[in-house]
Each structure stands twice: as structure tokens, then as C-alpha cells.
Design a protein around this ligand. Structure first.
Ligand code: NAD
Length: 487
């Protein structure tokens, strides 16, 4: 498959931006050369989107028929899951097990949104006069979806499926490092029969292509997943247009181990929660709080299990920790750890590139556990977005809550204990959009997801996910045949 052409306004053609190489972080090889968009492509895509979204054939399509299209897209993604997985593993370094899981999750997202669409109701509201009063929902028109590099096809689907279900046209701007899989998704969606113009996939620089999408006066909503700095910039631009946005941003999530925790379950959950996806996960549990009475023994076991994790290429079925997405990102992760050590952190394991045959040519970084700092240290406050865990002891629940919440972020939290009422009470005190009790990093498309504080604004997923891409309208129908009395 060639990636030199991008998908603009229902046509495959070269974009106005320069061609770019996509690099395999496992060995530095070029995966493919792909096209990028320019401002003129954004203009054309918006115009085509506006026309396609206003076409009664799409705008007034019966929900059960639009749902059929979404099912076809889901089926086509599933049928191509192995191909998508291989491409995404080459492009991002991730393990094949993970990328296949992401493809299947994208298929599931389209199917869930199809089912939700078929069962959504508008309402007849209770009148206060001789009127028929209705509250109905309508598509926004043309919306922008801007996605990050860490779970490309899944985050694309999380925006595309509800936005199309709601009856919109979508401009999708994938991340600079991972545009290939979004272009492949466009081929799948086109093949499944989405009318031309309803989807454009516009790779390119965020500050140019992404910014042009956000500022375009015909774009009625932005759904963004990415870093908090970019999210704040998008929110500022959206404020000028008073445009609705949803922001899924960064995190620095606490994982809490109470003294009575099931140690085996906790260790497995913590390892998965922070080191799967090589830590490149917004919800990674990166701040570990362990009750002081078990801190030393728990952390010793965790270190031993971390050292047994298999680091290797994403194509090796045995690999648990694959390379990071890019060499520059590996250097950024290393920089965070070096600064933490300079500020007094102690390395319990990892803390550098793994040594050995096969690692030299890839963007590898060893799973790392640090300790010896307090929660106000930069390594506890800044998102590293790599396989780096900081272990901190705690003494009592009140001080734990204060420290766990002492973060600009509020995305997720893990709690490990056998005392369910205590876990529930603690979960309600933690400032996080998602709390996992005796598990971690589990997702369901039917369960809303989003962050508190600087981790985001709005929620994705769930039945209401489709409503996020719609305008609500009230309609009053006068039922009294007499003229209004005032006049
Ligand atoms: P990023 O903010 O650098 O980029 C995200 C997207 O925004 C990219 O497509 C980029 O090109 C685009 N962009 C950049 N500047 C822009 C601008 N001025 N206007 C419009 N678009 C612009 O983030 P990233 O490095 O790709 O992804 C990592 C970040 O994403 C992490 O902070 C991570 O926590 C976050 N993330 C959050 C979630 C969540 O659901 N909360 C999920 C995954 C990743």
C-alpha cells in the first residue's frame, strides 16, 4: 500500500505538504514515505465536508441504515486486523498483541456506536401550555478529530465512530509519528461505503494542519486527545469561536497498595498498568503509593518481577516491553530519569537503555523504578510517558489522599486492597476520571472516559458519546387553534 497520497474530500491525491518518512523505532528503518496536508487541503476538506454533511442522503439517513454502515466499517477493520497490527507495530514499535488488540477495539467501537445509535431516543417534554414540546438532537456539521501517536487506530475510532454515527463529516488529523494507520483506516472506511467528502485524513504538523482545522470557522467541534500543553492551546483558539471541544489529556496517575492487598494481584496489575505499552499510556499508573508497613518487601518483589520482564521488538511474541515510539522520545524519557537522579532519586532497577545484542539499533529503554523522592519532585509531577515508576511510602489514608491528589492531573487511579468498603470510600476521595479497584488499565467502550483537572474536559465513549457530536434543539408546536391572547 502506498501512503504518498492522502485522503482529501473523498479523493486520494498528493497533499500540499512535503512527503515524510515514517521510522520503525525497533531498528531505525524506514517503514514508508507518506504524504502530508497543507492549509489548502484543509480548506478543500472542510468545504467538501460541509456539502456532504448537508446532503439529505446523509443528514436524514435513518439511524438503522447509518448503523449498518458503521457495522460494515467495524467488520472491515476486523477483517484487516492482522494487516493493521503489522503496520502499526512497524510504525510505533508496539507489540503485535497490543496493536491487534487496538484494531479489534476500533472495530468494537464502530459496532457499539452502531448499536447505541439505533437505540437513541429524542424526547417529548412535558408542556406548560397548549404546545407539543420536543427536545431533539442534530449533527453539528463538520467536526475535527485530532489524535496522538500512542494508540492510533483506537483513538481514531473513538472519535470517528460517534461523530459519523451522529451524522457529521470529519476531518481527522493523525499524529506526526503515526499517520500510516490512519491513512489505512481511510481506505477501509471508503471501501465500506462511506459517501465521499464525509471523511478526510490530513496528516501533517499539528501547529499548521491541526491549528488550521481548529481555527476554521466552519468546524463546529474539536475532539482532541494529546498533551495538556496542546490541549490548552486548542481551548484558547476554541474560545475565540465559542466552539465546543472535548480534551483527553495527560496524566500522572497514583496506584495505591494498602497493607491488606493481595500482593500477587497487585504486583501483576501494577506491572501491567505502568510498563505495558512501554509506559506510553495516558492512564499509566506512574506514582506508586505503598503502605509503609509493607513498602520494603513489596517494592523488592516488584523490582524482581520488573527485572524479569522481556524487553524486545514488537514482532517477537515473547516481548512484553517494546521500544518507545521514536528515538527522540526515548531521549526525552532518559532526560526525565537523569534529572530525577540529579535531584536525589535512587534507581532501584533500569534507569537506562537495556544492554545486549539487538537493543543497540532500537529506541529501547529499560523498565525503571525510582524511589527516595517525595511527591513534589519533578519526576512525580511531570508526565514522562515512558516505562518509569516512582515508589513512595504512605502512613495513613488522609495524608495519602492529600498527596495522591497533589497533582495538576486527574486522569486515573488504582487501589489494591481486600477491604472493599475502604476501597470504595477512597475511590470517592481521589480526583480522577477513572478509578480501578483491584485491577488496572481495563476499558469498556460502554463506560465513559475522561479526565479531571488538567487531564481533560468532557467524556468520550458510552451511549452519550454520540450526543457529544450533536446539537440539542427544542421545538414547540402550538396546538391551540386560537390566536395567542396577548395580541
Ligand atoms: P501532542 O499534544 O503533541 O499531539 C497530539 C495531536 O495534536 C497530534 O496530532 C499533533 O499533531 C496535534 N497538535 C499539536 N499541536 C497542535 C496545535 N497547535 N493545534 C492543533 N493540533 C495540534 O501529544 P502527543 O505527544 O501526540 O501524545 C502524547 C500525549 O497525549 C500525552 O500527554 C498523553 O498523556 C496524551 N494522551 C491522552 C489520552 C487521554 O485519553 N487522556 C490518551 C492518549 C494520549
Amino acid at each position: 500500500m502506498s501512503f504518498e497520497e492522502i485522503y482529501v474530500a473523498g479523493r486520494w491525491r498528493r497533499g500540499a505538504g512535503a512527503l515524510r518518512e515514517s521510522i520503525n523505532p525497533a531498528d531505525g528503518s524506514v517503514v514508508a514515505v507518506h504524504g502530508t496536508a497543507g492549509i489548502a487541503d484543509v480548506e478543500e476538506a472542510v468545504e467538501a465536508g460541509r456539502r456532504a454533511a448537508a446532503d439529505p442522503a446523509w443528514r436524514d439517513m435513518m439511524p438503522h441504515l447509518r448503523a449498518r454502515l458503521l457495522h460494515r466499517i467495524g467488520d472491515a477493520i476486523e477483517a484487516d486486523a492482522d494487516g493493521i497490527a503489522a503496520l502499526q507495530t512497524a510504525d510505533t514499535g508496539k507489540t503485535l498483541a497490543e496493536t491487534r488488540g487496538l484494531a479489534l477495539s476500533a472495530a468494537g467501537t464502530f459496532r457499539y456506536m452502531a448499536a447505541a445509535l439505533e437505540t437513541m431516543d429524542d424526547v417529548l417534554t412535558t408542556p406548560r401550555g397548549p404546545n407539543l414540546t420536543l427536545s431533539v438532537h442534530e449533527p453539528i456539521g463538520v467536526v475535527g478529530a485530532i489524535t496522538p501517536w500512542n494508540s492510533p487506530i483506537a483513538s481514531d475510532a473513538q472519535k470517528l465512530a460517534p461523530a459519523l454515527a451522529a451524522g457529521n463529516a470529519v476531518l481527522l488529523k493523525p499524529a506526526e509519528w503515526t499517520s500510516l494507520v490512519s491513512l489505512r483506516l481511510a481506505r477501509i472506511v471508503e471501501g465500506a461505503g462511506l459517501p465521499p467528502g464525509l471523511l478526510s485524513v490530513l496528516p501533517g504538523d499539528g501547529a499548521v494542519v491541526g491549528d488550521a482545522i481548529v481555527r476554521h470557522r466552519q468546524i463546529g467541534k474539536i475532539a482532541f486527545t494529546g498533551g495538556t500543553v496542546t490541549g490548552r492551546r486548542i481551548a484558547a483558539a476554541a474560545a475565540q469561536k465559542l466552539m465546543p471541544i472535548s480534551l483527553e489529556l495527560g496524566g500522572k496517575s497514583p496506584t495505591i497498595v494498602m497493607a491488606d492487598a493481595d500482593i500477587d494481584r497487585a504486583i501483576a496489575g501494577i506491572l501491567y498498568g505502568v510498563f505495558s505499552s512501554t509506559g506510553q499510556s495516558c492512564i499509566a499508573g506512574t506514582r506508586l503509593f505503598v503502605h509503609r508497613s509493607i513498602f520494603d518487601s513489596f517494592v523488592a518483589q516488584l523490582v524482581a518481577r520488573t527485572q524479569a520482564l522481556r524487553v524486545g521488538p514488537g514482532t517477537d511474541p515473547a516481548t512484553q516491553v517494546a521500544p518507545l515510539v521514536a528515538f527522540a522520545h526515548r531521549d526525552s524519557v532518559a532526560g526525565h530519569v537523569e534529572r530525577a537522579v540529579a535531584a536525589g532519586a535512587e534507581i532501584l532497577t533500569g534507569g537506562g537503555r537495556p544492554v545486549g545484542e539487538g537493543y543497540a539499533g532500537g529506541a529501547y529503554y529499560a523498565p525503571t523504578i525510582l524511589t527516595g523522592v517525595t511527591n513534589d519532585a519533578a519526576i512525580c509531577q511531570q508526565e514522562v510517558f515512558g516505562p518509569v515508576l516512582v515508589a513512595l511510602p504512605f502512613d495513613d489514608v488522609d495524608s495519602l489522599v492529600e498527596t495522591a491528589n497533589d497533582s495538576v492531573y486527574g486522569l486515573a487511579c488504582g487501589i489494591w486492597t481486600r477491604d472493599f468498603p475502604a476501597a470504595y470510600a477512597l475511590a470517592r476521595r481521589i480526583e480522577a476520571g477513572t478509578v480501578w479497584i483491584n485491577t488496572y488499565k481495563q476499558f469498556s467502550i460502554s463506560t465513559p472516559f475522561g479526565g479531571m483537572k488538567e487531564s481533560g474536559l468532557g467524556r468520550e465513549k458510552g451511549r452519550d458519546g454520540i450526543r457529544q457530536y450533536m446539537n440539542q434543539k427544542s421545538i414547540y408546536v402550538g396546538m391551540d387553534p386560537a390566536p395567542l391572547r396577548w395580541a
